[in-house]
Design a binder for this molecule. Sequence first.
Ligand code: DNO
Length: 348
Amino acid sequence: MDMTFRWYGKSDKIPLEYIRQIPGMKGIVSAIYDVPVGEVWPMEKIIDLKNTIEASGLEFKVVESVPVHEDIKLGLSTRDRYIENYKQTLINLGKAGIKVVCYNFMPVFDWTRSQLDYVLPDGSTALIYDKETVLKMDPVKGDLSLPGWDSSYTKDGLKLLMDQYENISEEDLWNNLEYFLKGIIPAAEEADIIMAIHPDDPPWSIFGLPRIITNKENLERFINLVDSPSNSLTLCTGSLGVSPSNNIPELIRYFGAKNRIGFAHIRNVKITGDHGFEESAHLSSSGSLDIYEIVKALEEVGFNGPFRPDHGRMIWGETGKPGYGLHDRALGAVYINGLLEAIRKNKK
Ligand code: DNO
């Protein structure tokens, strides 16, 4: 298991040098943010990013994400051009030595929360999700926008896009995902890249849009769409873990034994009610997930891919990208190091 850290490129206020100082840190998870969704990532930009990362003594381990154009998710006739572009991006990434690409297939919106700076009793702030608040949120009205969302849409553009999804059922989305995978997985295999789909976050429908990468049954359906180790999962403990029916250590053992976990995101969450949660510190006792059992399952199943400590709270006065400050993610990293050391020594 290789410890990695997400870094948002040169505009990230956390310097690579600081990330390198986290004990056990091996690599960076990053992406190119200035190529429009659907276009090919040019080789020069990929190499430039790789060189910047390597100059700090870290490896460029994972791309998170190469976004999937909405025309592909909608199954429009224009999708073939975007699929060809996606394949070319994978070929370019393969040439640069990238081994894992994380992506998602959530219509329109990536991860969604009702509040980004909820104050916890200890004074730290965290991302939370409250069902009633989200039910009242309307992304098409007002200035609602979350950090994980594509901000390139105008309100009218967003409305048009959401209208297009009115006729898309979950089954349609499955068909469109299958079409996409059948197009890109052969290119990923050729490029020696593992495509690791990120679960929907949260793993249920929001704003009336379908979401399908949500639970064990659907993850199983997903890996069977194209039976190849290049068609794998990002096992995100916090995304799947907010559904009490998702038993994370069991999912790790099940999909790990099939060699279909390409990447892992380790984060804790505290379930606060029906479709409600707070993101907590990584420590097991801070949330609803047993991080010890999660790390143990990854070890026992022989997972040897990259993982990253995921979303942290904002602590010690830090400001920055919600979920992606330095301090709490670094605390998560050292906690996971401690768990790994203890688990490994106990095995002997
Ligand atoms: C949230 C992230 C997601 C993830 C994408 C993958 O913090 O885990 O935004 O990067 O869903 O495509």
